[in-house]
Each structure stands twice: as structure tokens, then as C-alpha cells.
Design a protein around this ligand. Structure first.
Ligand code: ADP
Length: 376
């Protein structure tokens, strides 16, 4: 059976991009979000105005949907569990999400299924941190972190004391700093029949803990790529996932692969699939959660890059002139989310589909886009 009415918890750009795919698949998409001006609101079939962690709102959403999925994981899992008992259907299931929403629980879960992660523990004392991790060290909020908000790379005791003075440090996860060679991401999907579809491994570049660009496929050894894909497959199968997950990795200098984070939804590192692949990650999520067969994850060309257009000032400008100049790059596509600009906020992104030669020059194309976007 294929479902035609899909509810999405969250109304940001991920839901906005999913909403663009829904009519092509004959699906009516309804979002749950508190914000009238969220990107997905104007593209949705219907909207339930309620916070993402408001289970009463989700119960209302369920009345107009056959299945509910997620673009945001800041949900109230216990409250949603009660809705499951009333017969409301979630994909991915609440059981699949349960070990993932808290970063400390997620690390424990990944380790328990024998997948390598950075060394970690809960914060107990400065003495303990220095003895077990040294500096630099990484501290992370257990929940509600995004785009590096809630992730702190601490270089010395002085910065640690400063952090301790500003937030309740005892609630943080402490993690070994990985001097990675590069960061990788992968998007993987699984449907009810257990079919798994895996996209190409992607190189991701984060500055100040925020993703700036991606290149697909990543220029890594065959072994590293296979390892990333095998880990993604294992995670989806172990959790019996129905849906799309984005998984982030560290590739170490000696070619080891460690999982940094599992996002139980579509992910920024998969935006290139919109133009770069036969099936976008957003169409794929809809196919997976509605019981359709999964589309092809093949690249349409040799590769694709993606550059985030991050806010660099407080403004209501839509930067049309800059976007037009970026669009002069051959095979480029600009996605503009329609949000007001704040420093570091993801306002839109560009994808560029690349032939073999262009793939070798991807970094200079990224530089060109960034120089147009960030120049005064
Ligand atoms: P968020 O969930 O907000 O995206 P992450 O935990 O993924 O935050 O961290 C954001 C970025 O911070 C990573 O992509 C990486 O660049 C850096 N980072 C996070 N953890 C570590 C670590 N243990 N070692 C080195 N860098 C890290």
C-alpha cells in the first residue's frame, strides 16, 4: 500500500524542498510548524500551526495524514510514543529515533553496534577532562544543537573556565578532538521492504562548525568509501529505519572512518542530490515513508558541488543581484529559502552539476561562488 498524505514535523528549508517534490509523486504534504513565515508554509497543502514538540499539534496533523515523517528532531519523543499507541504511524518509527536524539545516547548506541566513534564521556570535572582528553577537546550540548550551536571546541583551561561561566557545563558531552583529514557525509534511505539506497560519499567542509560546501563524490580511497557505505547500511538496518538518514563522518589521516553524527532526516550534505542525482534526497524520503520503491541514487554527471549561502548581516534583502551573478556559472541552480538574513543563518544554497573536468576544478568554482556571495 502506498500512502498519499504525508505529514512533516518541521517547516524549514528541508520541508520546503520536500514539499516541492510531493506533487511530482502525487503526494499531499502537510507541515507542522509554529511559524507563519517558515519556508515550507507557502508550499504545503495544509499547515498545522504548532511547535514541533507539541504532540497535540501532531495529533491534529495525524488527522489529515496517513504517515508522519520529520525534518526536525527537536521533538517530544515520549509524547509521540503515546500517539503511536493510538495507532498514529511515524516513519522513521519512534523506536528508531529513540537512541539518536540525545548526542550522548547516540554515541553510546553507535558504539554498542561496533561502529567507531570518537572517545567520549559525560562531563564530570575539569580534572577528569584534562586527565582523559587533554586539550583541545570538544564539548557538546546533548540536545537541540544545530549548525554548530551547542558544539564548543575548547583549546585550553582558560576557554573551558569561560564556557563553564556561561552555560551549565555538567550537562555537556565531552569528546576527543579529532584532527581529521577531512569530513565526509552520506545520505542513505531504506523502505518498508528493507531495500536500502545509498548515495555517493560526499566531502563536506565546515568552518566554525557550520557547513560551507560539499563536493560529491568525495575524493577518497575505494576502501574508505566502502566503509562509509557499509556503516550507513548497518545503521539503517539495525534501527529498522524507514526513511532517509544523513550521516556525518571524520576521515582520519590514517584513513580510519569515525561517525560524528547521525541525523534522522534529510541533511545539508545531501542538497547536491537535487540536481546532481537521479532522485533527490527529498523525493527519496517521500518514496521511502510512503511505501514506494526507492529511486536511483546515481549521479547524473561526473559529480556535483553545493555551496551554502550563509547570512553575513542582519537584513531583509533577497540579494537578487548576487544570486543572478552566481547563476551565470554553467549548470548552477540557486535555492533561496526566503528567510530574513542573520549572521551565519542558512539563507539558501547553490548546486552546480559538474562534468569530469569541472569536478577536478570544483574547489575553484566554490571559491568563485563564495567570493561573489561574501564580497561587500
Ligand atoms: P551540529 O550537530 O551542530 O552540526 P557537530 O557535532 O556535527 O554539530 O559539529 C559541527 C562541526 O564541529 C563538525 O562538522 C566538525 O567540523 C566539528 N567537530 C565536531 N566534533 C568534533 C570532534 N570531536 N573533533 C574535531 N572536530 C569536531
Amino acid at each position: 500500500m502506498e500512502y498519499k498524505r504525508v505529514g512533516v514535523i518541521g517547516g524549514g528549508q528541508l520541508a520546503w524542498m520536500m514539499a516541492a517534490e510531493a506533487p511530482k509523486l502525487g503526494i499531499n504534504l502537510t507541515v507542522q510548524t509554529p511559524n507563519q513565515d517558515d519556508p515550507a508554509v507557502k508550499r504545503s497543502y495544509d499547515v498545522i500551526f504548532a511547535d514541533v514538540d507539541d504532540a497535540f499539534g501532531t495529533a491534529k496533523l495525524a488527522k489529515v495524514c496517513d504517515v508522519i515523517t520529520f525534518e526536525n528532531e527537536f521533538i517530544d519523543l515520549e509524547a509521540l510514543q503515546k500517539l503511536v499507541q493510538k495507532g498514529i504511524y511515524f516513519n522513521p518509527s519512534i523506536d528508531a529515533l529513540a537512541p539518536l536524539l540525545d548526542k550522548y545516547n547516540q554515541r553510546n548506541y553507535i558504539k554498542s553496534i561496533d561502529i567507531p566513534v570518537p572517545k567520549f564521556s559525560l562531563y564530570s570535572s575539569q580534572q577528569d577532562l584534562v586527565a582523559n582528553f587533554g586539550f583541545p577537546v570538544v564539548l557538546k550540548a546533548r540536545r537541540h544543537g544545530y549548525d554548530g550551536q551547542g558544539t564548543f571546541i575548547i583549546k585550553d583551561a582558560e576557554s573551558l573556565a569561560k564556557l563553564g561561566a556561561s552555560i551549565p557545563i555538567r550537562e555537556l558531552l565531552v569528546e576527543e578532538f579529532i584532527p581529521f583529514e577531512r569530513e565526509l557525509g552520506i545520505i542513505a534511505a531504506r523502505n518498508k521492504s528493507g531495500d536500502v539506497a545509498i548515495y555517493p560519499v560526499t566531502e563536506t567542509y565546515q568552518k566554525n562548525q557550520v557547513c560551507h560546501w560539499t563536493i560529491s563524490p568525495a575524493d577518497v580511497t575505494k576502501e574508505a568509501a566502502e566503509e562509509v557505505k557499509a556503516i550507513a547500511c548497518k545503521i539503517l538496518e539495525q534501527l529498522n529505519v524507514i526513511g532517509v538518514f544523513g550521516i556525518e563522518f571524520f576521515l582520519t589521516k590514517d584513513n580510519r572512518v569515525l561517525v560524528n553524527e547521525i541525523a534522522p532526516r534529510t541533511h545539508n550534505s545531501g542538497h547536491y542530490t537535487l540536481n546532481g542525482c537521479e532522485t533527490s534526497q527529498f523525493a527519496m524520503q517521500l518514496q521511502a515513508v510512503t511505501g514506494m520503491s526507492l529511486g536511483s541514487t546515481a549521479l547524473k554527471s561526473a559529480g556535483a558541488l553545493m555551496v551554502n549561502l550563509l547570512g553575513f548581516e542582519e537584513s531583509d534583502s533577497d540579494y537578487q543581484e548576487k544570486r543572478d551573478r552566481i547563476l551565470e556559472i554553467p549548470n548552477s541552480f540557486v535555492y533561496w529559502y526566503g528567510k530574513s538574513s542573520r549572521f551565519g543563518r542558512k539563507l539558501g544554497h547553490v548546486t552546480v552539476v559538474l562534468n569530469k573536468k569541472e569536478l577536478t576544478q570544483a574547489k575553484s568554482t566554490i571559491e568563485k561562488i563564495e567570493s561573489i556571495w561574501y564580497e561587500n
